[in-house]
Design a binder for this molecule. Sequence first.
Ligand code: FAD
Length: 493
Amino acid sequence: MPAPTIVWFRLDLRLADNPALVAACEQGGPVVPVFIWAPEEEAPWQPGGASRWWLHHSLAALERELQARGSRLVIRRVDSSTGQSSLTILQELVADTGAAAVYWNRRYEKEIIERDSSIKSELRGVGREAESFNASLLFEPFEVANLQGKPFQVYTPFWKHCVARAAPPLATPAPNALPAPVDWPKSLPLKELNLLPRIPWDRQFYAAWQPGEQGATAQYNRFVENCLNEYKDARDFPGEATTSRLSPHLHFGEISPRSIWHEIWGMIREQGGAKTLFGAQAEHFLKELVWREFGYHLLYHFPHTDLRPLRPQYENFPWKDPQQAQTELRAWQRGQTGYPIIDAGMRQLWQIGWQHNRVRMITASFLVKDLLISWQEGAKWFWDTLVDADLASNTLGWQWTAGCGADAAPYFRIFNPITQGERFDAAGHYVRQYVPELAQLPDEWLHRPWEAPAGVLSTAGVTLGKTYPHPIVDHSAARTAALAALATISAEK
Ligand code: FAD
């Protein structure tokens, strides 16, 4: 019987199309699935509160899937105060199980790449096989380059390049059974990782999400059945459930982008190609999936951009001192800015750990342009509160909005929270759901309550400054101030 192989699970919490798991099964010996909780090794981007919630439930789902196949998930926690690390835990597990190989799927954040490379060489140094694979991306950043051999910095050529490349490998099915070792190494109960919050701010998460591979597949099927055929036209309206809500499932690797890619291209071909009505809608969804790839491409090639702007002139942008902007930052975080679309978005984020993409652009723009608070502050808040917090996509989204990243919205394009609300939430479903104190206001005033006549406000039960805040800034004055701030740096326009 060949020696056991350890499969180290990370952001690939699925059994279908999991190349590290496939390779382990091909060895023919027992497979030992392992998860190691080592948040300190991810500093400064340790998983935030909402991500930990998701991780807990996703690991529980993975445990169930493994058990159904005669296997287990070995859970360990790094206690860095005793000199432990993921490496020492893997070494211990290798010694305990007699494993000849350790396999895992790659991650692309710089701290993780450094850690994983050193683990690989340490394990190889003592004669173990250590191999990594691609489970997360369609095209890995180091295999993609423009005609000059450089990283892409503009999305459209990146998309065209991805479509023209050879398709990624086909997805593989989940194994029916996994050979177990004779003796299992010791494991912690999942709850000892303390991933769930002590104060129960997560109540509404349970109705909104089903973490895990089965939840991801169900969500994908629902989306394809009900929303894909009008995705392009409907995706910008936050009051309707028209987008896939697959982002946390994709982040935690519960669904394979490769399987989505092949399946949807298959549907497009079946329906007559990308130029058909269906084709255009469905292709747009794949374009969004490629925005995710673009984020990874940028983060890998420009690893400093998690904390610093890609365009260096933005290093000198005169952001407000975070200490002096505490009150405004808090109003934004809590959904108390007095701008209904912003407040709805920030409360949606708090309540279900997710915010609609259009609204992310509007709320992010409000923070950096209306309040002149740095994108890094916003990125930190999103990091802690999003269930899909993802360093590549979050960095891309914030730098795009602030105007300091690759292919970014120019700084002088400033989202107007009133007209954006009126355009994308005209019937007010979104604002009424998350800002119920304005629910009785007629549509005409819903996105600008401060302009409503006194009688209208009183009939709707709204007292500005009491039941709902006055706007914390005047948007037109803030816009002028933002443009003046921009003029102080030599930015490309
Ligand atoms: P769909 O519209 O159904 O899109 C399908 C998938 O494509 C998504 O699940 C996601 O994986 C990917 N995708 C879609 N839009 C984008 C995009 N603009 N950039 C990168 N990938 C995209 N996305 C995250 O996954 N994690 C983040 O931390 C994150 N932070 C963001 C911060 C800001 C300021 C902004 C403007 C955007 C951010 N996004 C982030 C991107 C985007 O808002 C979400 O991916 C999207 O809202 C997820 O909803 P969905 O799954 O219904 O998307």
